[in-house]
Design a protein around this ligand. Structure first.
Ligand code: TXA
Ligand code: MG
Length: 364
């Protein structure tokens, strides 16, 4: 049955949200990356409701959000001196901020949160409303992105309302999020620190502190409709970041991603858009602002600027909103230009590849 969803804002809204969290309810709140859907991380029943509200598979663990590094202690198992030193150095440099650390787990963390893994993922979000909510609630808060499972993560309160109205107690609206892509998930329990999901903190940012950083994810997911078990997680035992095996971030229409040198990609996309438009299909394009004019006069073609070429922060901030706009525009095919895997570009390229679900072509 649908529940009434309160839309909250301002300091009174934060106090109300904190009360709801303490009472075992669900509150969606902004972070600097994307909106999260929070529940008391120490209450298995509250956490179970997150999975229900999102339609999320229960083998996909959640990130625990805290207000500061001094709250890590009770949530982890015993740390070696080496691991503790790494944790403190990373926290000093990147917290509050878009870095999630995977650490040995304390028994106080319910199995629902970690999906039965012996590790727990923790981060301090860099958004004033999130921090104030966490401080006021006085709880660690488990929160996945506040979208229905499989949809693009929400970067504005409207996206959360669209997906979760009637399914959660409250949505705290504090405007658009900053970075627009989820946090970097870094496994510190692996022999070499390993990036399980690229995000706002890049491998290049981490290297000076850690010396060595491994890449432990693959972005080429199976097409929509394929069983999640057919994803890259299959056969890898155990799947280290179970969430990464699912198709994510996808608009409803199939998205075709073209990667390669920008001039060649631009040329090829123009040809493909023309052919698709001639065959009567409604085509959406995700290309740099500078290319927009190429496509403006093609009938049936809608262009959504992905920001100025090379402005990765702008592209990241708007990517998920653009993917949702394709749904509203009712296109039946999306063509997107690829991004180089460097710095923040690695996270953008990863999300585009996941949204493409295997429909990726590389031209050289
Ligand atoms: O930016 C973010 O990280 C946002 C905001 C709300 O904080 N949260 C977010 O949560 O993106 P979610 O649930 O959509 O993604 C969490 C990712 C998943 O890929 C999950 O598999 C991984 O973190 N994860 C969580 N706990 C883990 C663990 N113990 N070991 C490995 N991976 C873990
Ligand atoms: Mg998510």
């Amino acid at each position: 049955m649908a529940i009434r969803t309160e839309i909250l804002s301002g300091p009174a809204g934060i106090r109300r949200g904190a009360d709801i969290l303490r009472g075992g309810g669900l509150v969606a709140f902004p972070t600097e990356t994307v909106y999260g859907l929070g529940a008391n991380a120490l209450d298995p029943q509250a956490v179970a409701r997150i999975f229900e509200a999102k339609g999320r598979p229960s083998d996909n663990p959640l990130i625990v959000h805290i207000a500061g590094v001094d709250e890590v202690g009770p949530l982890t198992g015993p740390l070696t001196a080496d691991l503790a030193a790494r944790l403190l150095a990373l926290a000093a440099r990147f917290w509050p901020g878009p870095l999630t650390m995977v650490l040995p787990r304390s028994p106080v963390i319910p199995d629902r949160v970690t999906a039965g893994l012996d590790t727990v993922a923790i981060r301090v979000p860099g958004h004033p409303a999130a921090l104030e909510l966490l401080r006021t609630a006085g709880l660690p808060v488990a929160a996945p992105s506040a979208n229905l499972s499989g949809r693009p993560s929400p970067t504005r309160a409207e996206h959360v309302i669209e997906d979760l109205s009637g399914r959660v107690e409250a949505i705290l609206d504090a405007g658009p999020t900053g970075i627009g892509l989820e946090s970097t998930v870094l496994d510190l329990t692996a022999p070499v620190p390993t990036i399980l999901r690229p995000g706002g903190v890049s491998r290049e940012d981490l290297l000076p502190l850690l010396g060595e950083v491994a890449v432990g994810y693959r972005s080429d997911c199976p097409p929509r409709g394929a069983s999640p078990d057919a994803g890259p997680g299959k056969g890898e035992s155990p799947a280290r970041s179970p969430g990464m095996k699912y198709l994510h971030y996808a608009p409803k229409a199939p998205l075709h991603l073209l990667e390669g040198p920008p001039a060649a990609v631009r040329q090829e996309l123009l040809g493909e858009a023309r052919r698709a438009a001639e065959s009567g299909r409604r085509v959406g394009l995700l290309v740099p602002k500078e290319w927009e004019a190429d496509f403006l006069f093609l009938p049936g073609v809608k262009v959504f600027s992905a920001g100025r070429a090379g402005d990765l922060a702008d592209l990241a901030a708007n990517l998920y909103a653009r993917l949702r706009q394709f749904d509203q525009a009712g296109v039946d095919l999306v063509l997107a230009a690829g991004i180089e895997d460097e710095g923040l570009g690695a996270a953008i390229a990863d999300r585009l590849r996941r949204a493409a679900g295997g429909r990726i072509r590389r031209i050289d």
